[in-house]
Ligand binder design. Structure first.
Ligand code: HT7
Ligand code: ZN
Length: 873
């Protein structure tokens, strides 16, 4: 088995310092000539072979300094090229290969998407273009010449600056691009096609004008305006917040329809999945606008955190990804509502990262081994990676964090570096030791933080007993204590913050407890009466918090906490406690239900809370979170039934108030994606879905009316989803109407596929089989496939985890088919099985049987085999 270990990292004995590429693009094939300027390292021994990576390549010709190599001087196959005894001085290696982009359905390397030639090289796609040292620590300057038929590809783009272009005769034209910034090959990009564009410009803080363009298929130009607006705001924000200016004179973005991921930060030429570029009110939702703003910002921010400073090896992936997610989260927080962003991010973390960390695919944010690096673009690397950076910022404070970032940019600009180097700059800039903190990067699993409290009225002391424990994960049976920054406050009986005269037992700085040991007793003195503690404010550490808080305390927090995150959390906790009780068979406690209903009602009526926050607060924990909180022997049907009952019991009494809010929030203003308008729609649509889900009188008709009368996709899709999830009498008709109305627009078709796949109803599997069997269904497009089967495996727990195993078999059959076309898509869909060890025994057996049957079919890609092996371990 091919496993790569971090401990084996060694620099290459040769470096490629300059790359000259010549692409001759034809309708069928593309010929690539590469001239690589190679240098041995100072300590390279004579006779050390030069070993280059390749993937599905076949070598046409090879020469060194212009002289063809004799056959015995090298060995080449699809997976690599070895030159046995290269000169021990600088030399130019020239190779030629021929590619067939049309047949490249893996979408790595050079491929064609709707006629456009484009590339995806991260992490190991460049080796599918030419033989190369395809590792992120080899930085080289690139010059790229492209020749292509003018009619098929009037637009020719690559990284950096355009230095020449012209007619090449015979209906061909050419362009030459040069990127002055040395870069790893994974940031290489090329695009050739017949594309439309919009253009704009941005003047940097130091007065340089940068030309901006977004390229797309003809006719979609008007749908790129929001992306352009987001780009300009991102550029300005990075200057304001981190002092980072853009460095080239051109910044291009290209939208393509077939893409394995969201987007890619290639130097000066970002390539995007078109679903993260195109937006217009009639076809895109507020969530789409939000996603576009976020990902445009994310890829732009990579220019400094990822491109100028890159990773030494792929084990360090979260060096660029965790940090850049943190930066994009901060961008959104500054542009929109910080509280709402934090709550949404924590919801995502709990629904995606926590299950990964608690299941068979758990791995540290910086793994120390992998079989297939593509399987490590995970929520742990991205979102937990961002949480680690956030904790660093919490521990150091804004000024201390900025000092560290400044030193990082100053010291490592132009380098490929490591997590250790990243932590070292924060330690040095702040004069602290981050050795224990580093454990966050090395250890998998979600820590549990347990807190017990004791008030001593005689001594007027208040004690918090804190204990942390991280459960074992695959390959890591024993865990060390982590540094936990716990933001907190004590709240007095009148709802005001309570001060203390002294504190002992752990490091406590203002509103921050820093827990470093496995346990600690923190005692506050001068406490006149028992306070209600507000712990882990702003979700200051990615842990599972367990407290003894009573429902009364929680509802007190929901009303009085000055921390909006914990106000939201308190309501969630009360809902969770009720759900767990009901699932354990206890009768619903009327008093507790009424209290929660009342708290929800008060939250809705509040003058001080904004609409977006209210929309998040008026909800119950989702079914999957309830399942994971139970932790074992999960029966998704039971959870579904209990949650439905609870929704009805909590929200049905609020029907009049919710309807009143719904009506009051109607607006005839033209669609705008600003925070206030988005918040208004979010709350109004929340009202609708709660009215429908709680079976309030007239609610299904309301959904139908909203669906039919909607003037934007946010409202239309919200009505459709509410009806489909609740299975209202009109749901099927609405779905059929939606398909007819919008089916020709692929990105709206995705919405239809998503709603269809998420419906918790008998028959959904048969419907999906029919959709996949339809000859017109684009079976190679990742967006279509993920919208349907990805949504089903990740977001339809009752049908995916059916007791008869049909959901599991449907997904493994799909994985087996798609694996032959696009292993990355197949492997990702298969990760939906990560919940299987927590299911009740019948479902567990059915899942195991489906996974074993997939294994027995054999001939799986390395991507899928890797996930499957870990899933079954
Ligand atoms: N850095 C990019 C990762 C990416 C990717 C990874 C595997 C396969 C295809 C891919 N396309 C893009 C995206 C990002 O995090 O910004
Ligand atoms: Zn990224």
């Amino acid at each position: 088995e091919h496993t790569v270990y971090l401990k084996d990292y060694a620099p290459s004995p040769y470096r490629i310092v300059a790359v000259d590429l010549d692409f001759r693009i034809g309708a069928e094939t593309t010929r690539v000539t590469a001239q690589l300027t190679v240098e041995p390292r100072e300590d390279t021994e004579p006779g050390t072979p030069l070993v280059l990576d390749g993937d599905e390549l076949s070598l046409g010709s090879i020469a060194i300094d212009g002289a063809p190599l004799i056959l015995s001087a090298y060995a080449a196959d699809a997976n690599g090229l070895t030159v046995f005894e290269p000169p021990l001085r600088r030399f130019v290696l020239e190779t030629e290969v021929t590619l067939r982009p049309e047949g490249n359905t893996r979408l790595m390397g050079l491929y064609r998407s709707s006629g456009t030639w484009c590339t995806q090289c991260e992490p190991e796609g460049f080796r599918r273009i030419t033989y190369y040292l395809d590792r992120p620590d080899n930085l080289a300057v690139f010059k790229v010449r492209m020749t292509a038929p003018l009619d098929l590809a009037p637009v020719l783009l690559a990284n950096g600056n355009l230095i020449d272009k012209g007619d090449a005769g015979d209906g061909q034209h050419y362009a030459v691009w040069e990127d002055p910034f040395p870069k790893p090959a994974y940031l290489f990009a090329l695009v050739a096609g017949d594309l439309g564009s919009i253009t704009d410009s941005f003047t940097t803080a130091s007065g340089r004008k940068v030309d901006l363009a977004i390229y797309c298929s003809h006719g979609k130009e008007n749908q790129c305006l929001w992306a352009m607006d987001s780009l300009k705001r991102s550029m300005a924000w990075d200057e304001r917040r981190f002092g980072r200016e853009y460095d080239l004179d051109i910044f291009n973005i290209v939208a393509v329809s077939d893409f394995n991921f969201g987007a890619m930060e290639n130097k000066g030429l970002n390539i995007f999945n078109d679903r993260l570029v195109f937006a217009e009110p009639e076809t895109a939702t507020d969530a789409n606008y939000d996603g576009i703003e976020r990902v445009i910002a994310h890829e732009y921010f990579h220019n400094w955190t990822g491109n100028r400073i890159t990773c030494r090896d792929w084990f360090q992936l979260c060096l660029k990804e965790g940090l850049t997610v943190y930066r994009d989260q901060e961008f959104t927080s500054d542009e929109r509502s910080r509280a709402v962003k934090r709550i949404s991010d924590v919801v995502t973390l709990r629904s995606a990262q926590f299950p990964e960390d608690g299941g068979p695919l758990a791995h540290p944010p910086r793994p120390d081994q992998y079989r297939e690096i593509n399987n490590f673009y995970t929520t742990t690397v991205y979102e937990k990676g961002a949480e680690i950076v956030r904790m660093l910022a919490t521990l150091l404070g804004e000024a201390g964090f900025r000092k560290g970032m400044d030193l990082y940019f100053e010291r490592h600009d132009g380098e490929a570096t490591t997590i250790e180097a990243f932590l070292a700059v924060f330690a040095e800039a702040n004069g602290i030791d981050l050795e224990q903190f580093k454990t966050w990067y090395l250890q998998a699993g979600t820590p549990r933080l347990t807190v017990a409290e004791q008030y001593d009225a005689d001594k007027q002391t208040y004690t918090l007993r804190l204990r942390q424990e991280t459960p074992p994960t695959p390959g890591q049976p024993d865990k060390a204590p982590l540094v936990l920054p716990i933001k907190f406050g004590l709240i007095g009986p009148n709802g005001s913050p309570m001060a203390w005269s002294g504190v002992s037992g752990a490091e406590v700085r203002d509103d921050l407890i820093v827990l470093k040991d496995a346990s600690a007793e923190v005692t506050f003195t001068g406490i006149p009466s028992r306070p209600v503690p507000s712990l882990l404010r702003g979700f200051s550490a990615p842990v599972i918090l367990q407290t003894e808080a009573s429902q009364q305390d929680q509802l007190f927090l929901a009303r009085h906490d000055s921390d909006p995150f914990n106000r939201w959390q308190a309501l969630q906790d009360v809902g969770m406690a009720l759900a767990l009780d009901a699932i354990s068979g206890a009768p619903l406690n009327d008093g507790a239900l009424t209290a929660l209903s009342q708290a929800m009602s008060d939250t809705l009526a509040s003058d001080s809370l904004d609409n977006a926050f209210k929309a998040l607060a008026l909800s119950l924990p989702d079914e999957q979170l309830i399942g994971r909180t139970i932790g074992k022997d999960i029966d998704p049907d039971k959870i579904h039934a209990v949650r439905e009952r609870l929704l009805q019991a909590v929200f049905e009494p609020l029907a009049d108030q919710m309807l009143g809010t719904y009506n009051a929030l109607a607006s005839s203003a033209p669609y705008a994606p600003d925070p206030a308008s988005t918040g208004r729609r979010a709350l109004r649509n929340r009202m609708l879905s709660l009215l429908v889900a709680s079976d309030a009188a007239g609610a299904s008709l309301l959904a139908l009316k909203q669906y039919e009368g909607a003037s934007n996709m946010t409202d239309r899709l919200a009505a459709l989803s509410a009806a489909s999830n609740a299975g209202t009498p009109d749901a099927a008709g609405m779905l059929a109407n939606f398909r007819t109305r919008f089916g020709a627009d692929p990105l709206v078709l995705d919405k239809w596929l998503t709603v269809t796949a998420a419906a918790p109803r008998e028959g959904v599997i048969e419907d999906m089989k029919a959709i996949l069997a339809d000859p017109s269904f684009p079976k190679t497009n990742p967006n279509r496939l993920r919208s349907l089967v990805g949504t089903f495996a990740m977001g339809n727990p009752t049908q995916f985890a059916r007791a008869d195993g049909a959901g599991f078999r449907f997904v493994t059959d799909f994985v087996s088919d798609v694996d032959k076309v696009n292993p990355q898509v197949a492997a990702r869909v298969l990760t939906g099985f990560r919940i299987w060890p927590m299911l009740e025994s019948g479902r567990r057996e059915a899942a195991n049987a489906a996974l074993l049957a997939l294994r027995d079919k054999g001939s799986l890609s390395r991507n899928t085999a890797d996930i499957l092996t870990r899933m079954l371990a």
